[in-house]
Design a protein around this ligand. Structure first.
Ligand code: SF4
Ligand code: SF4
Length: 188
């Protein structure tokens, strides 16, 4: 086997290989038209376009896939799923990629923002920016200067009244939904 081919396959556990095999099947019919990429509202923040991501899955490029931030930028808006001419369940593929990254153990750092966001929504029923960012900084202890980078943005948002203070909101209202989703995914 050539070096180039060997590099795309990581030694992975059974579950990782199982998820990857499922993903290959799910995007197997992709014809690379690019409609998903052109439609994605978060594409500007992705390091690899959705179209290219499906190709990497088809080629089984596990290492490269896991290094990408693309699926953590997916906000599950379903636009790509609705527009794909092949009818592929692309939002679900993005969710499976998050799961794959967590299974591999490579997702902890890259997923910090995503996890902080979801934990905040689960607790408060909507995002409370200050609590979410504190949780994010806590998860990113590996970079203690990170909060400083967000000071200008935080000041701007506060000046425009875009920062919601902790408390109030619809605390806990979404907890049953999260619990059900975990149950369906076999995580509880
Ligand atoms: S829209 Fe569908 S067929 Fe077109 S590139 Fe995206 S996944 Fe492939
Ligand atoms: S579901 Fe995710 S990948 Fe698809 S268009 Fe929305 S943000 Fe982009």
């Amino acid at each position: 086997m050539s070096e180039a081919v060997r590099k795309t396959w990581s030694p992975a556990g059974d579950e990782i290989e199982f998820v990857l095999a499922q993903l290959k099947e799910e995007v197997g019919a992709c014809m690379q038209c690019g409609t998903c990429t052109a439609s994605c509202p978060n594409g500007f923040a992705m390091d690899i376009t959705p179209r290219a991501m499906w190709r990497m899955i088809q080629f089984g490029m596990l290492d490269e896939i896991l290094e990408s931030q693309t699926f953590w930028m997916c906000s599950s808006c379903y636009t790509c799923t609705l527009r794909c001419p092949r009818g592929l369940k692309l939002t679900s593929v993005m969710a499976s990629l998050k799961r794959l990254a967590m299974l591999s153990g490579k997702g902890r750092k890259n997923s910090a923002f995503y996890r902080a966001f979801m934990e905040n929504v689960e607790s408060h029923g909507r995002v409370q920016e200050m609590g979410m960012m504190s949780n994010y900084f806590f998860k990113r202890m590996d970079n203690p200067t990170l909060p400083l980078k967000f000071v200008p943005l935080g000041m701007k948002m506060m000046a425009k009244g875009k920062v919601h203070m902790p408390g109030g909101g619809q605390g806990g209202v979404l907890k049953p939904m999260f619990a059900k989703a975990r149950e369906m995914e076999g995580l509880s």
